[in-house]
Design a protein around this ligand. Structure first.
Ligand SMILES: C[S@@+](CC[C@H](N)C(=O)[O-])C[C@H]1O[C@@H](n2cnc3c(N)ncnc32)[C@H](O)[C@@H]1O
Length: 257
C-alpha cells in the first residue's frame, strides 16, 4: 500500500471518528509510566496526545510522507511536555537500539496491514522484542463478523461528510470493501469526493488499502507463539468485554516479568 497518497487525507478520515481510541491509548500510556513505542505511528494522531501528557514516545512508520505530517503536527503542538522521536522503519523487521519499552502499541488495526500470516507474526515479534520484562503490548483490530466479511455487495459504504478546515472544502468519504474469505484479504478502496456548491460531487482521491483480517482465536495463538500473556480482551475502547458481535477486538498482553 502506498501511504504517500494517504498522508494528506488520513486525518480527514479520522475526523469522522470519536476520540475514544485516542483516549484509550493515552490512558494505557499514562498507566505504563515509561517509554512508549507506537508501531505504525502515521500522522501522530495518537502519539502527539500521548507526548503531550509528559510521556517519552517513539514512533516508527514505513512511510516518510506520513512521518513528515507527524513531524509538522508535533512541531505545531510544541513544546511537548514529553517527547516524540520519529523513525522510518518496517514493522516486520524493526530493530531499535532500545528494547526497554514499558508499552508497545499497534493502534488503528495496523497489524492487519501485514498481508500474510508471516508479516503479521513478524510484526508481533518486533513488538515483543522491544518490551521490557513486565511491559505490555496493546493493539486493536476489527472483528471479522460474518455480516462484514460475507458482504459482497461491492456497494460503497458511506463514512460521512467532513469539512476540511485547511481548504474550507467539504468532502464526502466512502469505502468499497472486497473481502475474500479464503485468503482473509480485503482489497478496499477509500474514496474522497468533493461536495461542490451545487450539491454534486467530484471524486478527488481513490485510496487503496489491502489488509488481511484475523479471527480472535488466531490472535490468541500468535500471542502464545510470541511468548506474550493475554491480560485482557476488550470489545471497545471503553473496556467493555469482547463478545463475538463486537466491531472491534482490543488485546492487552504482557511480556512475563
Ligand atoms: C492505519 S495507519 C495508523 C496510524 C496511527 N497509528 C494512528 O492510529 O492514527 C497505519 C500506518 O501503518 C504504516 N505502515 C503500514 N505498513 C507498515 C510497515 N510494514 N511498517 C511500518 N509501518 C507501516 C502506514 O504507513 C500508516 O502510517
Amino acid at each position: 500500500m502506498n501511504y504517500a497518497d494517504w498522508s494528506q487525507w488520513y486525518d480527514l478520515f479520522y475526523s469522522t471518528e470519536s476520540s475514544e481510541e485516542v483516549d484509550f491509548y493515552v490512558e494505557e500510556a499514562i498507566t505504563a509510566n515509561g517509554p512508549v513505542l507506537e508501531i505504525g505511528v502515521g500522522t501522530g494522531r495518537i502519539a502527539i496526545p500521548v507526548a503531550q501528557r509528559g510521556i517519552e514516545v517513539f514512533g516508527v512508520d514505513a512511510s516518510l510522507e506520513m512521518l513528515s505530517v507527524a513531524e509538522a503536527k508535533a512541531s505545531d503542538a510544541s513544546p511537548l511536555t514529553g517527547s516524540l522521536t520519529l523513525t522510518q522503519a518496517d514493522m516486520r523487521t524493526l530493530q531499535l537500539a532500545r528494547t526497554d519499552f514499558s508499552l508497545v502499541t499497534i493502534p488503528a488495526r495496523t497489524l492487519l496491514l501485514g498481508t500474510t500470516p508471516e508479516d503479521q507474526m513478524d510484526t508481533l515479534c518486533s513488538a515483543a522484542r522491544h518490551l521490557r520484562p513486565g511491559g505490555k503490548l496493546v493493539f486493536n483490530v476489527f472483528n471479522p463478523t460474518p455480516d462484514l466479511v460475507f458482504d459482497d455487495s461491492a456497494e460503497p459504504v458511506l463514512i460521512g461528510d467532513v469539512a476540511d478546515p485547511d481548504s474550507g472544502k467539504t468532502f464526502q468519504l466512502s469505502a468499497i470493501n472486497r473481502f475474500d474469505a479464503e485468503s482473509q484479504i480485503n482489497e478496499a478502496t477509500q474514496i474522497v469526493e468533493e461536495i461542490n456548491a451545487d450539491g454534486t460531487t467530484s471524486v478527488v482521491a481513490r485510496l487503496p488499502v489491502t489488509l488481511r483480517y484475523l479471527f480472535p482465536h488466531e490472535i490468541f495463538a500468535m500471542l502464545e507463539e510470541t511468548n506474550l500473556q493475554v491480560e485482557a480482551v476488550y470489545g471497545w475502547f471503553d473496556r467493555s468485554p469482547f463478545d463475538e458481535e463486537c466491531d472491534e477486538i482490543i488485546f492487552v498482553a504482557s511480556r512475563p516479568a
